[in-house]
Design a protein around this ligand. Structure first.
Ligand code: GLU
Length: 281
């Protein structure tokens, strides 16, 4: 049973070339919203491991607001937009500084890409963003994407990076979207409220039952998305007939284990897709 699952997962991940990995605020920050740089370093090393296996990697990162709050000594997430934007402005540069240093140590350059929703709504701006991202990838530069929180107003805001990551995923015609969060995946009930819950290892098509489990979940303090926006993103991934994954970014070696085909996190696949086992890369 385990063996079949292992082989199938391995087959699935072997078919993947272009990967978008979204790293949530709860993964990147430790106590008092401090950026957990040792964890970031571990994640970056795994991204490099994947790059060396000829994959194309795009990172969608959260954590700017959290990092800014820590620098400014703010204990609670502000409600006012301009204060959130102030925190994002301060935190984004610290966030990039870490990514830049960590990837440079491994021999890779990074490119900062800040996006707002309106870019995806305008044909020419979409085209332009795509051309830049494709060029970054062609030079093996790792795009590090976040919402442009500093200028985003309500009308042009994604609000959460789960929605941003799936739009980037679609724009780039990527093969797999991985959402790294601080829970192990999708459970059959909310693990924060229920003692005995089971991790759903594989979801083939998202049903109303899955959505209602997500709606019952506990919202996190700092991240904006929660399980509802993650499942909405996964739904789109499956509509596009691609592969999705929700996994625990705090777990050691999570990215490597996903690509070794280990039974970890929740994998989302569409029922209509057949796995040929052919390597794409
Ligand atoms: N763009 C926000 C930040 O960098 C994160 C939004 C989210 O939590 O999804 O802090």
């Amino acid at each position: 049973m385990w063996k079949t699952d292992f082989i199938k997962r391995k087959e699935i991940v072997d078919s993947v070339k272009r990967v978008v990995i979204k790293i949530g605020t709860n993964v990147l920050t430790a106590e008092s919203y401090r950026l957990d740089t040792s964890l970031m370093e571990h994640l970056c090393q795994q991204v490099c491991w994947l790059m060396s296996r000829n994959r194309e990697l795009v990172i969608v990162t959260s954590g700017a607001i959290g990092a800014g709050m820590q620098i400014l000594g703010w204990k609670k997430k502000p409600l006012k937009m301009e204060k959130l934007q102030t925190a994002a402005s301060v935190g984004q540069s610290r966030l990039m500084r870490f990514y830049e240093r960590m990837f440079r140590e491994e021999g890779y350059n990074v490119g900062q890409v800040l996006l707002t929703k309106d870019i995806f709504e305008s044909r020419s701006r979409r085209k332009n963003a795509l051309a830049t991202l494709e060029t970054l990838l062609s030079y093996r530069i790792i795009p590090i994407i976040n919402e442009n929180d500093v200028v985003a107003t309500d009308e042009i805001r994604f609000g959460d990076n789960d929605s941003l990551s799936v739009m980037v995923f679609e724009l780039l015609n990527a093969d797999m979207l991985i959402l790294l969060t601080d829970v192990d995946g999708l459970f059959d009930a909310d693990p924060k409220n229920n003692g005995r819950v089971n991790l759903l290892s594989e979801v083939v098509g998202i049903s109303e039952r899955h959505m209602s489990i997500a709606r019952g979940g506990t919202p996190s303090k700092l991240g904006s998305g929660g399980m509802v926006s993650k499942l909405a993103a996964m739904k789109r991934v499956l509509e596009l007939n691609r592969i999705g994954m929700i996994a625990n970014g705090k777990k050691p070696w999570i990215i490597r284990d996903i690509f070794l085909g280990r039974r970890i996190g929740t994998i989302f696949i569409s029922g209509s897709r057949r796995w040929t086992g052919k390597k794409k890369y």
